[in-house]
Ligand binder design. Structure first.
Ligand code: 5GP
Ligand code: MN
Length: 333
């Protein structure tokens, strides 16, 4: 845990008008929920705030309040660079290293504004002036809740902020079932519900949004593509670019697929390999003390959390899968 004190955050916020909030590559529910939750809070403090994402995010996050003001660096880099140059603070949310945001990371490094990291991933880098970091938080949204509360802003948490934070907590905990969930998680949710948000509506808005082809891709993954490594509690699924194309792949369509093999009794590690975007994107999930963060860091240029990590390679899909299979023994031993 690395947390600076609230008086320090207060002092910095007090003298800062222009705020930029940045989140990670391929933003997920926690990335967008935390960024937009913080956005609405800072707007209510009359700050000039912009949320910037490195690249686009899935459609099912587009209903989040504030979505239409989000800038995508890949599409609007000149505008983003101007904002970064004028920023008095830059918040970086839900990631631990500027490498996670590709070219936008270089621009952030150049910017003179102090950076604040709010995050729950293992081993954050040292680029920030202030930290609000805790690997035990179930989500960055939980940390945003604590952050707002610590600054004395709990009364300002309205339906908009609550919807955003609910989304991040729900998605990063697999709908409240991962080991990161504890009584505090539910206490925060209880506070968020007091604003009048409807959990069933939010759940539907995020999860009941499959296209037919996405559903068929899931079926294909489970019936044709899942491999269980003989003698090991390890399952993986891999997609070639052509297969993804055949199922009309859109960003976010493979999200969640990695977890399905856990429903098989005894499976402790799941992996997903997606070919495309100039390389292979890997996702790892594990149970108990099997550490996929270290594994992803050591072998696949990635990282994340002990039980959920990702990485990438520029090898062929075949080679990547082979490498994973040959290392799987070591991972689960
Ligand atoms: P996912 O498999 O859902 O893409 O990612 C799982 C977790 O690992 C997320 O918390 C994500 O932030 C982290 N992660 C995914 N890909 C990478 C990567 O390439 N590098 C690092 N450091 N973390 C990653
Ligand atoms: Mn997160």
């Amino acid at each position: 845990m690395r947390k600076d004190t609230f008086p320090k955050f207060k002092a910095l916020l007090k003298k800062s008008q222009n705020v930029v909030i940045v989140t990670h590559w391929s933003p997920d529910g926690d990335a967008m929920g935390s960024s937009l939750g913080l956005y609405h809070y800072l707007k209510s403090l009359k700050k000039t705030v912009t949320v910037v994402v490195p690249n686009d995010y899935p459609d099912f996050l587009e209903w989040l309040p504030g979505n239409k003001h989000v800038l995508v660096f890949e599409k609007d880099s000149a505008k983003v660079n101007k904002l970064l140059a004028k920023a008095h603070i830059i918040f970086t949310l839900d990631f631990n290293t500027l490498k996670r945001i590709e070219k936008l990371g270089i621009e952030i490094e150049k910017a003179v504004a102090p950076k604040i990291i709010i995050d729950h991933h293992q081993q954050p880098d040292n680029y920030a002036s202030l930290y609000f970091h805790d690997v035990n938080a179930c989500s960055t949204c939980e940390l945003i809740y604590d952050f707002i509360e610590g600054l004395g802003g709990k009364k300002l948490i309205d339906k908009k902020i609550a919807s955003c934070l609910y989304v991040g907590i729900m998605t990063d905990t697999g709908s409240f079932r991962y080991p990161s969930v504890n009584s505090k998680t539910h206490l925060i949710i209880s506070e968020l519900l007091k604003t009048g948000i409807m959990p069933s509506d939010i759940h539907s808005a995020i999860y009941d949004t499959y296209s037919e082809s996405r559903m068929r891709l899931l079926g294909y993954a489970l019936s044709k593509k899942m491999t269980i490594i003989e003698g090991l509690p390890v399952a993986f699924i891999s997609f070639t670019e052509a297969e993804l194309k055949e199922f009309g792949y859109k960003k976010g369509d493979t999200e969640g697929i990695v977890n399905y093999p856990f429903a098989i009794k005894g499976i402790k590690v799941c992996a997903l390999f997606n070919e495309g975007e100039g390389g292979i994107k890997l996702s790892f999930r594990s149970k108990g003390n099997i550490d996929v963060n270290t594994f992803a860091r050591n072998y696949f240029n990635g990282g994340g959390h002990i039980n959920a990590a990702g990485g990438k390679t520029y090898d062929s899909l075949e080679k990547t899968v082979e490498k994973f299979v040959s290392l799987a023994h070591e991972l689960v031993k």
